[in-house]
Design a protein around this ligand. Structure first.
Ligand SMILES: Cc1cc2nc3c(=O)[nH]c(=O)nc-3n(C[C@H](O)[C@H](O)[C@H](O)COP(=O)(O)OP(=O)(O)OC[C@H]3O[C@@H](n4cnc5c(N)ncnc54)[C@H](O)[C@@H]3O)c2cc1C
Length: 464
């Protein structure tokens, strides 16, 4: 562990700031509270306060910050898009290195490769690539940072057909190591760092300053359909989806939403399940067939017809994501599971106590794709996450307790969890649940080798 007891004066930080293109704010400065508040997308107040915040504007700033941190015996945590639900980049001491200012996007259409800075959002990257008729499996909400999303794995748009996990489309990286060295990382150079960057998330032990991404031609026909189902049929619907084993070009999601006709007498009638399918196909006929393969099999479970097929796009998907995840006070947790019916039964027993009607439980079909060897090693055909959202600080605790109780019980049916939406505030010492045992051990070993002095904070957020 690093010794944080060493006395440093604001002057040390002031002198350091004069060496940067960017800016520094020390905890003693009046603007610190505002900088801290601005760092996180989640509207909750996080009570973890780093000693100072550095807003880097260049790769040199990142190198200088790592060297300064080492010289001052301070740890670093990196922020890019600020969308971590748990505010993982906010720690109780050390430096918050904010990379939002590194916003490069260079696309080489011949090589189908984009070189992207960590400050770029999912929406910005997709918009730029769409100008060339290309795409990348970015997050489903336009505002989500590409950096944290990729480093934790990334369940992106059209993930099924584009590598299962977006991080597998990261072909190379430029990184700043704990000793301040800038390194290029690729399958031929420093491979073990590429292995770690594909999934280590908030436990990564270096700062990424550039991502080299493999891009794909946009599918010609992107269309969406939906079907409302009674909540009581949700387990059966999920079991049927597993039987169908949908084509990887079809994204299949089931969300629990308030019933259209208001609250009913019992929990089954006050909620319903909304099945959404998005097809990413080469032509209109294939898209229609992809939807039909799931919707037509599930339609008998519903008393209503499915919606008609509508054309959509990455931009529209991002827009819808931004509307669904409007700003509020959030906590989230998740499991990956092969036992969706049992997961629904557990969810049902907690829904009657759900403190906020705005919270969103969501199942996503992933299937069992073969993954290349990398830190990302979580398996489970269904991803089941719950986004607890509420408005008032007085409701923080009741929502926290509700989510913890739900996911404590769900552990019995979990194969793994997904680090990017894992409740690291409540489960700081359980991050290993997001990795296979051998991948977890390898990650710890790489951290020991490449960051022996713990310049970069690890997964542990402490008691929150
Ligand atoms: C509204 C919303 C929608 C989302 N949608 C999706 C989705 O569709 N699919 C999905 O998989 N996830 C989704 N997520 C989760 C998302 O992947 C994570 O929150 C992710 O961390 C966001 O990336 P960021 O750059 O904003 O991360 P930040 O919050 O900035 O950082 C999170 C962590 O990543 C690490 N990190 C960030 N940047 C760097 C860097 N440059 N170098 C080294 N380490 C770094 C740090 O450890 C940091 O603590 C969503 C989250 C939100 C809030």
């Amino acid at each position: 562990m690093r010794d944080h007891s060493k006395e440093r004066s604001p002057k040390d930080f002031e002198d350091f700031s004069t060496t940067l293109d960017g800016e520094v704010c020390h905890r003693t400065q009046p603007s610190y509270e505002h900088w801290h508040q601005q760092s996180h997308w989640n509207a909750r107040e996080f009570k973890r306060f780093p000693d100072c915040i550095v807003r880097a504007q260049s790769v040199n700033d990142v190198v200088a910050t790592v060297r300064f941190a080492r010289s001052q015996n301070l740890s670093i945590c990196v922020r890019s898009g600020g969308h971590s639900f748990s505010g993982t980049f906010l720690r109780r001491d050390g430096i918050l290195l904010d990379m939002a200012g590194l916003r490069q996007i260079d696309f080489d259409a011949t090589r189908m490769e984009a070189v992207v800075g960590p400050g770029v959002s999912s929406g910005e990257l997709s918009r730029e690539l769409a100008r060339f008729g290309c795409g990348f499996p970015t997050g489903h909400t336009g505002s989500v940072g590409i950096a944290g999303f990729l480093l934790g794995g990334g369940l992106g748009i059209n993930f099924g057909a584009w590598g299962a996990i977006s991080a597998f489309n990261v072909m190379a990286l430029d990184v700043v190591m704990a000793d301040g060295q800038l390194k290029h990382v690729s399958p031929d150079e420093n491979q073990e760092l590429l292995w770690a960057a594909r999934g280590a998330g908030p436990g990564l032990f270096f700062a990424v300053v550039r991502f080299h991404l493999k891009c794909m031609p946009l599918p010609n026909a992107i269309t969406a359909r939906s079907l409302r189902l009674p909540f009581g049929k949700m387990g059966a619907a999920l079991a049927e989806i597993a039987c169908i084993d949908p084509d990887q070009r079809l994204q299949v999601m089931l969300a629990v939403i308030p019933a259209a006709d208001g609250t009913g007498a019992d929990e089954d009638h006050s909620r319903e399940a909304l099945l959404s399918t998005i097809a990413f196909a080469d032509d209109a006929a294939s898209a229609t067939a992809l939807h039909a393969s799931v919707i037509e099999r599930l339609e008998p479970l519903s008393s209503e017809p499915a919606s008609v097929e509508q054309s959509t796009s990455f931009e529209a998907i991002h827009h819808q994501g931004d509307e669904t995840f409007s700003v509020g006070r959030y906590r989230t947790d998740n499991i990956l599971t092969e036992r969706p019916e049992e997961a629904v039964r557990i969810l049902a027993s907690h829904l009657s106590r759900q403190p906020s009607s705005e919270s969103l439980p969501l199942f996503i079909w992933r299937g069992s794709p073969e993954l290349p060897d990398a830190a990302y090693s979580a398996t489970g055909s269904f991803y089941f996450s719950t986004y607890a959202r509420w408005r008032e600080p007085k409701d923080d605790e009741v929502n926290r307790q509700w989510l913890i109780a739900l996911y404590d019980e769900l552990q019995a049916v979990a194969s793994h969890c997904y680090i990017n939406e894992f409740d690291l505030e409540a489960r700081s010492s359980d991050a290993k649940r997001c990795f296979s045992p051998s991948h977890w051990q390898r990650l710890l070993e790489l951290k020991r080798v490449h960051d022996p002095e713990n310049v970069f904070h690890d997964f542990y957020l402490g008691k929150c």
